[in-house]
Design a protein. Structure first.
Ligand code: HEM
Length: 139
């Protein structure tokens, strides 16, 4: 993510001509990421092979991509599938993590807001949140 930011704001794509240590580190990290995604795809392909019902009832985004067929019966290419998974990883992880971090920060600097959130949670859960948490801790 930091390198993505750095390259988005770079005035010239120097990395296409010379590679700095950070660029080489990024290439290595991307290679590992593609390996991770390729392993995930082959695991799910094996799962679909052993559970043919997934063809009609995929249980997650990757299975849905693997069983999808275009109008002329073609499947998505390996590149399209790994590209979509990487998009979800990049678009889905940092965004949510940053939002939750900022939420925790603002809850801590605005205790009155946190109290309001607790009240709302108690209202909706009938005060069950504490019991549920205590119950979970006891297990
Ligand atoms: C709090 C969390 C999130 C925020 C603030 C957020 C914000 C955004 C914003 C602003 C865009 C538009 C970007 C643009 O058009 O330039 C976008 C696009 C997108 N987001 Fe999120 N996002 C969040 C969570 C997620 C999650 C959890 C996923 C997937 C699991 C996701 C997947 C995507 C995808 C695939 C796009 C591209 C959509 C398209 O161009 O058709 N995002 N998001």
């Amino acid at each position: 993510m930091p390198m993505l930011n750095r390259r988005i704001y770079a005035s010239f794509p120097y990395w296409r001509y010379i590679k700095l240590p950070a660029d080489r580190a990024l290439d290595k990290a991307l290679a590992q990421l593609y390996q991770f995604v390729a392993a995930l795809i082959s695991q799910h392909r094996a799962r679909i092979l052993h559970n043919p019902q997934i063809e009609t009832k995929p249980s997650n985004f990757l299975e849905a991509l693997l069983v999808a067929r275009t109008d002329d019966g073609k499947t998505f290419t390996e590149e399209e599938i790994s590209g979509s998974i990487l998009t979800m990883l990049l678009a889905g992880e940092d965004t949510t993590a940053n939002t939750m971090s900022w939420m925790a920060h603002f809850m801590s600097v605005h205790p009155e807001t946190q109290a309001g959130m607790q009240q709302e949670a108690d209202l909706v859960l009938g005060g069950g949140l504490d019991r549920a948490l205590i119950g979970a801790q006891a297990q």
